[in-house]
Write a protein that binds this ligand. Sequence first.
Ligand SMILES: Cc1cc2nc3c(=O)[nH]c(=O)nc-3n(C[C@H](O)[C@H](O)[C@H](O)COP(=O)(O)OP(=O)(O)OC[C@H]3O[C@@H](n4cnc5c(N)ncnc54)[C@H](O)[C@@H]3O)c2cc1C
Length: 408
Amino acid sequence: MTRVVILGGGYVTLHAYAKLVRRCARDVRRGDLEIVVISADHAHRFHGFTGELVAGMVRPDRLATPLSEAMPLARIVRGRAASVDTVGRSVSYRRDGDAAIETLAYDQLVVGTGAAEPTAGVTGLRDHGFTLRGPDEIGVLADHLATVPRSPVVVAGGGIAGAELAAAIADRGHPVTLVHAAGRILAEWSDQPRLVARAEAELDRLGVRVIPRTRLTEVTPTDAVLSDGTTLPTTTVVATTGQQPVRLPGLDRWRDERGRLRTSRTLAVTAGVWAAGDGARVSHPGTGEPVPANALWAIKGGDHIGRALVRELRGRPARLFTYPGLGRAASFGYGRGLSELYGVPFTGALAWLLRLVFFLRFMPSRSRAAGVVADLVRFAVTPRSGRRVRAVPVATPLASPAVRAEAA
Ligand SMILES: Cc1cc2nc3c(=O)[nH]c(=O)nc-3n(C[C@H](O)[C@H](O)[C@H](O)COP(=O)(O)OP(=O)(O)OC[C@H]3O[C@@H](n4cnc5c(N)ncnc54)[C@H](O)[C@@H]3O)c2cc1C
């Protein structure tokens, strides 16, 4: 029997699984191939509609697909990979709630563990602030916002996630300050200055105060402290300040200066190990530059790895990763967006609609995609006062920072 182990429960994992199973489902059913997914989260989180969730337009359960539902032919292990032995071809991991280390041999390993917010550089962020990449952390933030209506919020990080989030929270009626280190927001869109200017105008329309060239340095239970010495009173600080690839001991020799796993043009890291997504350095087939860390590239990287695994299992060499890219998009409230498709910029309702169609297409569950559409239609036809959707818990609820601090 051949065993493929996939680490993580995100976009890379789901898409590698789907492409592998499309060709090899019979091998799995016959017992010739085993697919094991080790994931810290029991569900796949669809981040594309984070703004809509936080703004109360879309129910949280629409964006969380249990891994057992998304990958029915895989053995799902809820736990954290702790290290990889590439010589002996095994992974060590801890099951959720269990300190004991277990070891599992692999023939092929896919590393899709993504990245986390670098919390270490900001004093108090881990205890008193919110990050969004852990299991159900976005739902925890949405629940918290419901308990502190119209209170001031500080969002740190001026990338797409930070700008969209600031807009969504302002749309809920909170005064929002967006703090970011660069001179302008959306540094990753600097080749589209018209779209950046439009994003700045959208934030202005929503009343978001933008503070450039400044960093968040400390979070206390009552304040956000900035690098210029300013103290902003708030009980809600959200960090979208960057991406720190998840580090697994045993793979360090293949990391670049930013901690990403270097991949070859087939997306192999070394013999029997593959990587893509936020935790990997994948070169654009045209420019040779690292591709951006976003869902599209994680999805396409996962697709490629799934196909490469099929070829590997059949004794054929993997093909080169040749995906050229498609575009990017952001939302700034219902019916208002920015998008870029093959270099062509779009704004307003058309951009919002393009983004919606594109994201729905990439959701892992058709029924949940239909649910998102239903929620958005309901939001549009409901009078403003009763618009927010009811929260439906989808995972083991995590306590908000305030509750955690009280318990401690
Ligand atoms: C709030 C937010 C909004 C975003 N909005 C957009 C957007 O609008 N458009 C867009 O293109 N991109 C967006 N992104 C970025 C996009 O979500 C990421 O680029 C994408 O998720 C990367 O996919 P991945 O598979 O590499 O990692 P992820 O999808 O992050 O998956 C990583 C998985 O690994 C698991 N894991 C971590 N450590 C371990 C471990 N040691 N062992 C086992 N499992 C582990 C995690 O629990 C998770 O299941 C957003 C991100 C965030 C946080």
